[in-house]
Design a protein around this ligand. Sequence first.
Ligand code: GRF
Length: 186
Amino acid sequence: MRDPRRVAVLISGRGSNMQALVENAKGYAVALVASNKPQAAGLDWARERDLPTWAWDSKGVDKEEFDRTLSAALDDHRIGTIALAGFMRILTPWFIGRWRGRILNIHPSLLPKYRGLDTHARAIEAGDMVGGCSVHVVTEELDAGEVLGQAEVAIQAGDTALALEQRVLAAEHALYPRVLSEFVNR
Ligand code: GRF
């Protein structure tokens, strides 16, 4: 069986969660940083640290062809667990089936509240007293798989979506490495 502690982190942008996963890796190793955006800033950070990287621009590429190629790259690197971290792409049912139960994601809300985008603005708009983030298993339904861990962040009077996002992001960086470590070692 594939070693679940060999983790690939999938990013599309700055990759601050990926950095937190690398810097706080305990009980797992980030064996690949992969992206559907060759210009993703997080790739440069990973390369500077000599981490293996993989990138292919998904724009205009057939979705399943992309996912099959990505999956082959993960196989090449003997990956056992996939951590989505700001990966702005919906994976195909084929890919999710191929890696069933082995893909995690971090989402910036207290799921099941606020699946999808603009989570912080929606939480403030609703008058919520707390926001936060969730690490969950990825299934075919967007942001709907089993929740493995959450962190709450108080919403303050006069909070903006940006201010809340920054505080939640700090909570994400603490939560994700801890939950990933528990997941791969359970
Ligand atoms: C984070 O807010 C994460 O919760 C969401 O996308 C953002 C990624 O940020 N899924 P980063 O690329 O990890 O900095």
